[in-house]
Ligand binder design. Structure first.
Ligand SMILES: Nc1ncnc2c1ncn2[C@@H]1O[C@H](COP(=O)(O)OP(=O)(O)O)[C@@H](O)[C@H]1O
Ligand SMILES: [Mg+2]
Length: 209
């Protein structure tokens, strides 16, 4: 079972390889619906309808020397296993948007994992690409935008690995506060123990569905 943050790394690297200058990443945890939705939008080379269809084929890749491209097939399998889905909208010359929905209440739903590590890899590894990251949990949200950061901190910001990592560490501290909202009834069950509490919490979640 792979962490979703590693799927995000793979999808965004596809965007970078497709020549994107700007990639937008949205992670949305709907605490009422129990879904985690990841949307990655790029302004790269895009795909034809036929290429989009083949993108989910494990033996399709434009990655050069490799003979298999497993990023998208594995993501699709992982999302569908939870009752979710993956959708790609793309236009040649304009860009691509990928949307993956996971059902967090399904036992096979992988954890989101270390999105901060994914962002560090991307921001440090591709200093020429602008990234916009948004993370929503319920009604709370945080935003990180490299264009805005470069404006605030000067054009040398992206080359300053330590500065980039400091910003991401403070983002991580903000995300920790979101964790409460991420909890499903299983963790409420573990924290509160008592059957009475558990059933009332569970009914709460059921009612909100
Ligand atoms: N954002 C994107 N823009 C353009 N083409 C893409 C994008 N994402 C995926 N593709 C195409 O789909 C193929 C399969 O992607 P993937 O399953 O991740 O395998 P890999 O990246 O290893 O080739 C890529 O080789 C590429 O041709
Ligand atoms: Mg890939």
């Amino acid at each position: 079972m792979q962490e979703i943050s590693l799927n995000i790394l793979d999808i965004v690297e596809n965007s970078v390889h497709a020549g994107a200058g700007k990639v937008s990443i949205l992670v949305m945890s709907d605490t009422d619906a129990g879904t985690l939705t990841v949307t990655v939008t790029d302004d790269g080379g895009g795909m034809t309808a036929e290429e989009v269809e083949r993108a989910f084929d494990p033996f399709y890749t434009t990655g050069g020397s490799k003979r298999v491209g497993l990023g998208l097939p594995l993501l699709k399998e992982s999302a569908e296993l939870t009752g979710g889905a993956v959708k790609i909208e793309s236009e040649p010359g304009a860009g691509t948007r990928l949307t993956a929905v996971f059902n967090k209440r399904h036992l096979d739903c992988p954890p989101l994992g270390d999105v901060i590590a994914t962002l560090k890899t991307l921001l440090v590894g591709y200093p020429g690409v602008e990234f916009h990251y948004e993370h929503h949990v319920g009604r709370e949200r945080v935003v990180l935008d490299t264009e805005a950061l470069s404006q605030e901190n000067g054009p040398g910001f992206r080359a300053d690995i330590q500065a980039v990592c400091r910003v991401l560490d403070s983002l991580e501290n903000l995300l920790v506060h979101f964790k409460e909202g991420e909890m499903d009834f299983k963790s409420i069950l573990m924290r509160q123990g008592g059957i009475k509490e558990t059933s009332s919490n569970f009914n709460d979640l059921e009612r909100r569905k």
